[in-house]
Design a binder for this molecule. Sequence first.
Ligand SMILES: Nc1ncnc2c1ncn2[C@@H]1O[C@H](COP(=O)(O)OP(=O)(O)OP(=O)(O)O)[C@@H](O)[C@H]1O
Length: 593
Amino acid sequence: MLTSPRQHIISSVLAIVIAIVLASLLASALGAASERILTVFFISLIAVVGMGVYSGNSGILSFGHLSFMGIGAYTASLLTLPANLKVATLPKLPDWLATTEIGLFPASVIAIMLTVFVALLIGIALGKLEGSAATISTLGLLIIIHGVLIGWRDVTRGSQTFFGIPRETTLWSAAIGCMFALIIARLYRDSVSGLRLRAGRENAIAASAVGVRIRRERLVSWVLSAALMALSGALIAHFLGAISPKKFFFTDTFLLLAMLIVGGMSTVTGAVTGAVAITVVTEVLRRFEGGFSLAGFEMPAVFGTTQIGIGAIILFAMFRKPEGLAGLKEWEERVFSRPHAVKVTASTEQPTKDTQPLIAKGMTMRFGGLTAVNDVSISLRPGEIMGLIGPNGSGKTTLMNMLSGVLEPSSGKFHRGKELLSGLVSYEIADRGIARTFQNIRLFPNLTVHQNVLVAALSTKGGVNAAARADAALERMGVIGHAHDDAGTLSYGDQRRVEIARALACLPSLLFLDEPAAGMNWEETDSLMETLRMLAKELGIGVLLVDHDLKLINQLCDRIAVLNEGHLIAEGSPSEIRNNPAVIEAYLGPNKD
Ligand SMILES: Nc1ncnc2c1ncn2[C@@H]1O[C@H](COP(=O)(O)OP(=O)(O)OP(=O)(O)O)[C@@H](O)[C@H]1O
């Protein structure tokens, strides 16, 4: 399933095919030099989009992808190298490999399969790392695989050139490979997995809280990107006819990353833009590297002109367009307007069937020497609105974080019916019907409002009826008119509503709201109160509401629990809580009137 309009995908695919065919025909007409430049460009572009599939969608920069290109290149070359040459130059190869001599296509397929297998093993290990730790470990990967290519002399000829590879890569085979890679990358970006990964890139905690298994999605994109790198490696080896480990090390990593960063990591349009920009700069500057004469002046040769030029274009892009020359949207997302066809059906927004209360006992959270929540026991029934109040720092958010799986409690358990929920992580809890919003809004700001909500619907309850669920939630919260605006561009109040809509798209039976009215004016707060009442009454959703607005809490809540310094000091109806001496003391202090 694809998460963007069909019109976008069709126009994107058509543009890819037409541009590649036209460029190839033009290069063929211009002669061998142009053909050669375009062939290398196509092969580089496969690698750039390959890197983009992982780095662009996950937000984790990888320095290690050239390793996969190297594995692909050497594997395919070992399979296509003439048997007599293998016997002469690699005498210690096992017999079965020495005598194998197949064409580029089957060799590429095998090379891709082997690379995918290696990437899977590495990806499972790397998946445990986040942010810069993940990036640095990809650097380790590059160095290790480079070391293996050099050290495994019997198979790779070590640091010497691996020569005699049949030059089977033509302009048209590179063009077809490039077309394939661009289309795969484009489809992946808008697939369910791609959307989930982009949500995780924008905000990992929020993505997990709406059911996204970020590690799994990262692994999918890692493996897919490795496959594209292997294809690029196989093609370049069979274009050059000779390779060595240094071809798959720092220099080309820098060049390909420069293309990706300059153009924009998060789109296929960006990868193409960056590859074009860097290729043009490289080709132009290379001609001046050896010196030139201009209007009678002899300019001297300047060593490194090309590298200086690439460095300058990276600096320019970072200063002027840090998200890349092509920005954060695909070209067709900018060009075509998107009237939103609402797909609400009768089967969406059914009243919840969960009638069991959530029961939490002895919930405790220690941060080092601080006990933020101390032995708190509460319960929440479907259909009721329960307020959770207390002075600043009394542990309200921490309690909510534990009950939604964002934090693992130091001790204490919570369950619903017979199902023990403590010990589950947040995407598992979201899938069991407990959804939440955050005190500091955690939307996916560079995704549209519709995508923000759709990703939640797709990632919970098996993704059944996801589009209709997303629309119903947007409509319920009054933000369907913003469906195709980027969530980060909305007013504060609208962002809060989108966050609630995103939680509703999970079809929760319990909804945790952390200061949902913060930043709203009284009119917006009134309308929010009305909506929450309807959610509880019509859909039977239980609401746990943290807020400092005691008027809102008193008017809305059936029951109120009060925390002070991590302890539950009172629980009861609004009137009981208003007259409770412990609560008055916690809020006003012991010596106040
Ligand atoms: N990740 C953390 N690491 C260390 N201390 C934390 C962490 N999260 C919260 N705390 C501390 O735990 C205590 C309770 O914080 P918490 O945010 O739960 O309170 P709160 O009642 O929600 O406050 P507020 O009303 O200001 O949002 C505070 O002293 C806070 O500094």
